[in-house]
Design a protein around this ligand. Structure first.
Ligand SMILES: [Mg+2]
Length: 408
């Protein structure tokens, strides 16, 4: 995404040029003064992102994989249909393979690579180890999945310079290196700046990169708007519809025009994003999930109702294990069916009594499946459980009592 960057020095030099600011007639600091949400609590936000995480974990237990193209995905069989690459090593990326690519396409590009099955349990354990290591530095950590976290630098002296943030990044990198893993750290005034900085950090020699408010325009102005955090293909297409290609183009759009086209909420957000503004809150506990779901895409479409019932049973059971592990209780069950023609339908049922009874939940899922008129072979099946609010176990006798019962 972000290339041709030579590290922090380079960043500073172009910041001095501030060519976008001048070209657009903007005083970057004045604009940024309005929209950035610099916080007293966290003068800097760090975005920590492990490098080629799953591959690195695999290499930790199998050092012979070092320096070889390694691809993690599916069950490790590169000819497995409808499965995608979860993680590709840098050597595999050099061969044109990237995460999200169908395994079979990856195999055409890199037949000589080592293909490994996704081992979620091992990656989860490694992730816990990593997050604990990040937390040990004493600053609040917000986990964003297996291999990503935001860290809010706690203020010390009235010291707005980035030196302390860089020092923390350096310490975190060394602590993670001691686990035999590698970390890149982006540093910014808010989450979006920090995440963007990580894109540059991946290319930097020391894997650390700082973006301050004044660096934003010179660094990002020329880049496509889709390089901005949270701008996906759909928003990008809509932006192109109003003549916006680059971040600088987006900066030049009147705020009213943005809210007209994108609605109040997204319009304001785009206005803020383009100017390097963003969110500075660090939430150390993940918000409680409202629901959990699990889907399965079949290697071959299924038209046998008996086999479908078996699959829905299995999904309902596996999903329940997750719910029970978190000490939650199910209040509603939903089943999704996608047929060969890609028609996707969902039916749901609110349970009379909230439960984590396996047989009851499987029966509810099967009843929902039966209610579909399935006239074509099924490509995908999904089960969702909506969960009772605050049903997290933490000393809740009811939930833990249920959990013990469900362990059978
Ligand atoms: Mg990563």
């Amino acid at each position: 995404m972000l290339a041709e960057v030579g590290g922090r020095e380079h960043c500073r030099r172009i910041a001095l040029l501030s060519r976008f600011g001048r070209r657009l007639g903007y005083r970057a600091d004045r604009i940024l003064g309005i929209v950035t949400t610099g916080s007293d609590r966290h003068p800097w936000i760090l975005h920590a992102d492990l490098d080629q995480f799953q591959v690195a974990v695999e290499r930790r237990r199998s050092p012979e994989l070092v320096d070889r193209p390694v691809i993690v995905g599916g069950n490790g069989d590169p000819e497995e249909r409808r499965k995608v690459v979860t993680c590709a090593s840098y050597e595999a990326r050099a061969l044109g393979v990237h995460a999200g690519m169908p395994l079979r396409r990856a195999y055409l590009k890199a037949p000589e690579a080592v293909y490994l099955p996704t081992d979620g349990d091992t990656y989860s354990e490694a992730s816990v180890e990593v997050m604990d290591t990040l937390r040990a530095a004493g600053h609040p950590v917000e986990v964003w999945g297996w291999d990503e976290a935001y860290i809010g630098l706690l203020p010390d002296a009235p010291d707005p310079a980035s030196a302390r943030a860089v020092d923390l990044a350096d310490r975190l990198r060394r602590a993670i290196a001691a686990l035999n893993l590698s970390l890149s750290v982006g540093i910014g005034r808010n989450k979006q700046q920090a995440k963007t900085a990580t894109g540059f950090a991946k290319q930097a020699v020391d894997h650390i990169f700082v973006i301050d408010d004044g660096d934003w325009l010179p660094l990002m102005g020329d880049r496509p708007a889709r390089d901005l955090w949270s701008i996906g293909p759909r928003t990008d297409a809509k932006l192109r519809g109003i003549g916006v290609r680059s971040v600088a183009d987006l900066l030049a759009v009147e705020p009213q025009r943005l809210t007209e086209h994108f609605g109040n909420h997204q319009g304001r957000w785009l206005y803020t994003l383009a100017r390097g503004g963003g969110d500075t809150s660090i939430v150390t506990e993940p918000p409680e999930a409202k629901s959990h779901s699990k889907v399965e895409t079949f290697p071959d479409d299924i038209d046998d109702p008996f086999v479908l019932a078996q699959r829905v049973d299995a999904l309902a059971g596996e999903l329940l294990d997750q719910v029970v592990a978190e000490g939650r209780i199910v209040v509603r069950v939903a089943v999704t069916v996608r047929t060969r023609s890609f028609r996707t339908r969902t039916k749901s049922h609110t349970l009379r009594d909230r439960t984590i009874d396996r047989a009851a939940l499987q029966a509810a899922a099967r009843a929902l499946l039966d209610a579909f008129e399935i006239d074509r072979p099924v490509r995908l099946l999904g089960v969702r459980y909506d969960l009772a609010d605050g049903s997290a176990a933490g000393g809740n006798d009811e939930a833990s009592g249920f959990a013990a019962g469900a362990g059978r």
